[in-house]
Design a protein around this ligand. Sequence first.
Ligand code: AHG
Ligand code: MN
Ligand code: MN
Ligand code: MN
Length: 334
Amino acid sequence: KQEMSLDRDCTTLSRHVLQQLQSFSPDAQDLSAIMNRIALAGKLISRRLSRAGLMADVLGFTGETNVQGEEVKKMDVFANDVFIAVFKQSGLVCRLASEEMDDPYYIPENCPIGRYTLLYDPIDGSSNVDINLNVGSIFSIRQGIGEDLNGDASDLLQDGHKQLAAGYILYGPSTVLVYSLGYGVHSFILDPSLGEFILAQENIRIPDHGPVYSTNEGNFWQWDEAIRDYTRYVHRHEGYTARYSGALVGDIHRILLQGGVFLYPGTVKKPEGKLRLLYETAPLAFLIEQAGGRASNGEQNLLDVVPTHLHTRTPLIIGSAEDVKLVESFIDDH
Ligand code: AHG
Ligand code: MN
Ligand code: MN
Ligand code: MN
């Protein structure tokens, strides 16, 4: 039955975006065009990943280190450049900012008309690339508030409520795109034979509670006592199961569909944790809240957090509303 309905309706991503916005206003047209370009980037990255092991110069490290201090993979660079390439001639986006670039990439030709900025994590979970496991891309669309007078994009240092749209692409057994324009969360599956993202699930709601807890327990002794206590609680109670893939997008996708909580708390070495606010935690918080879930940095609602610089990191506790609340209750107790 499901197969029938998918085949019959065959709602493409571009049609869906326009339906969501229910208008043909310039803004709606722009967002729809931006989503189409993001989808194109997803297709190009997906195609590359699907043959990565067969081609020279796709896997492995570049030898460079990025602004986060991480060793850069060839796929990080490829995917970063794909997003730039698809937006270069679009006239839509004036700036792109990503985990892999020290400073935003400006497209001056677009700047008089392109009022939007794309913030993205080109490859999330890059440690999975060389072993053929799932990775993702995360994206967020913002509009600068005020002017970028100093050319340092400080106008982007705003809380997560300012996002116009956010989502991710998961490169798994199939390529899935999940997005929200602030009107619910919807998923699309790439049909490679059509080269189109086709609607799979509309208005996804995250369960209020789920069995999964997803965190790197290798960091246990580096966490605050509150997080350790929560983990001990989980160990002592029936009904929990651990899942951690090393790619946030995959772990969040599981939790979105099946419920549970993902945690990347601060550690002794990295008190703010590892994940970046503008490219990772804020976009995912936007999406999960739209699905009825919650996201926190342990102290405040994640969407309220204002970055101090482009690459600001935040701890992340995200997922089913009740599970996030339980983690918070352990934090409050300490
Ligand atoms: P990225 O590959 O974009 O740098 O992000 C990796 C992130 C995230 O995807 C994942 O959840 C986390 O790093 C894994 O980190 P640990 O190896 O510290 O668990
Ligand atoms: Mn990285
Ligand atoms: Mn990432
Ligand atoms: Mn990345």
